[in-house]
Design a protein around this ligand. Structure first.
Ligand code: ADP
Ligand code: ASP
Ligand code: MG
Length: 407
């Protein structure tokens, strides 16, 4: 009998009525003859609510206790879904990440899955049960509960699909699939039938939260095919799969935007070897991931260095820069939280030129100033002011004619 892994995101299980609907979908698939492992996220905005609760207690909670707290959200939804399925006359059992033997490293709040033992999943499947798994969590090598980072239930599903050698990995969400841009921002964004793993990885890493970036990385590495689709209808969604020859014919596949980054600027630093190394080695020691970096042309031996980090890391980055300001004889350190990053992505960029020129011209025509630029083989990203992000994404979507079916 074939095995399917399904994952339902928070909005798909936000209320008891929606949980009943998901249960119905699961029961239908089970009665259709499939073995099922179903990964669930916490209901609606539960995880945000738990984070807010912790903030009411302290502004410095330990990451261990945060994981104890955050992992509880998925326990609620898994138990309710299992109850709903059982009530429909189909046998189900819910299991936490730890009970499934999802072993992670010890990095609380951003753990990586090292191994899935899965004994209890295998025995429950052998007993004919539907297995409901709490997403986004595992147990570390030193037996602590860990979480995988926001959006991490996608990774639970992809890793299980790989481990269980599933025929399909279905990611059910609140939109019809992967679109040419966030459909909440661009009303005429078009649903893509297929997208390459590399394009999806760049989209996700550039802010398209429909898939968690590390899950896509995992799926690409281990060749797991993903079907992203809506839990609110029966329409087929988007297949994320290996690149084929046809895919390079489309120059730009989609536009992503990111509002969760902040820009830190180190002003008036001497332009000599070792300064940039000094700043970034300290950021790396503090586990702060830097995305874009720009060093200005120096004037009389003095320059500015700007970089972007996640907004949640901004305070740490600022503290580090303040701490080394005098050592590096910098004039001052500043931060800007009101920035956004827009990215155009497509594997066709490898064989077509002119994409950067068109992107920059489109933003110029809109009177939008570009503050930073970075590129990869299949992506061009620009940092702009946050207040201009909607206009930028819509203008780029129109300029690259993404509303039209690719020919
Ligand atoms: P879930 O709770 O199911 O995990 P998420 O909220 O994490 O869902 O992701 C779905 C959301 O991703 C959509 O509601 C949509 O606003 C957003 N999104 C951003 N970019 C895209 C895109 N290119 N295609 C589809 N959805 C996108
Ligand atoms: N509940 C977690 C979050 O909100 C994990 C997930 O939904 O994937 O980030
Ligand atoms: Mg998600």
């Amino acid at each position: 009998m074939s095995l399917i892994v399904q994952k339902y995101g928070g909005s798909s299980v936000a209320t008891p009525a929606l949980i009943q609907r998901v249960a119905q979908r699961v029961v239908t698939a089970r009665r259709g003859g499939h073995n099922l492992v179903v990964v669930v996220s916490a209901m609606g905005k539960t995880t945000d609510g738990l984070v807010a609760l912790a903030e009411e207690i302290t502004d410095r909670p330990s990451n261990r206790e945060m994981d104890m707290l955050l992992s509880s959200g998925e326990r609620i939804s898994m138990a309710l879904l299992s109850m709903a399925i059982n009530a429909m006359g189909c046998e189900a059992i819910s299991l936490t990440g730890s009970q499934c033997g999802i072993i992670t490293d010890t990095a609380h709040r951003k753990a990586r899955i090292m191994e899935i033992k899965g004994d209890r999943i295998f025995s429950a499947l052998a007993e004919g049960k539907v297995v409901i798994v709490a997403g986004f969590q595992g147990v570390s090598l030193d037996r602590e509960v860990t979480t995988l980072g926001r959006g991490g239930s996608d990774r639970t599903a992809v890793a299980l699909a790989y481990r269980l050698n599933a025929e399909l990995c279905e990611i059910y969400t609140d939109v019809d699939g992967v679109f040419t841009a966030d459909p909440r921002l661009v009303p005429n964004a078009r649903k893509l039938d297929t997208i390459s793993g590399d394009e999806m990885l760049e989209l996700a890493s550039s802010g398209a939260k429909v898939m968690e970036a590390k899950s896509v990385e995992f799926a690409n590495k281990y060749n797991v095919t993903i079907h992203v689709r809506s839990s609110f209808n029966e329409q087929p969604g988007t297949i994320i799969k290996r690149e084929d020859a046809m895919m390079e014919q489309v120059v730009v596949r989609g536009i992503a935007h990111e509002l969760n980054e902040a820009k830190v600027t180190f002003r008036g630093v001497p332009d000599r070897p070792g300064v940039v190394a000094g700043i970034f080695s300290r950021l790396s020691d503090a586990n702060v991931n830097v995305d874009m970096i720009v060093q200005n042309v120096s004037e009389s031996g003095i320059t500015d260095v700007s970089f972007t980090v996640r907004k949640t890391d901004m305070r740490i980055a600022l503290g580090i820069c303040e701490g080394i300001k005098d050592k590096f004889q910098a004039k001052d350190v500043g931060a800007d939280e009101e920035i956004a990053k827009v990215s155009v992505i497509g594997v066709g960029m490898r064989s077509h030129s002119g994409v950067a020129a068109k992107m920059f011209q489109t933003l110029a025509d809109e009177g939008i100033n570009i503050e930073m630029i970075s590129t990869s083989e299949i992506r061009i990203s620009c940092v702009i002011q946050a207040s201009e992000v909607e206009r930028a994404v819509r203008a780029l979507h129109a300029a690259f004619e993404l509303e039209k079916e690719a020919g």
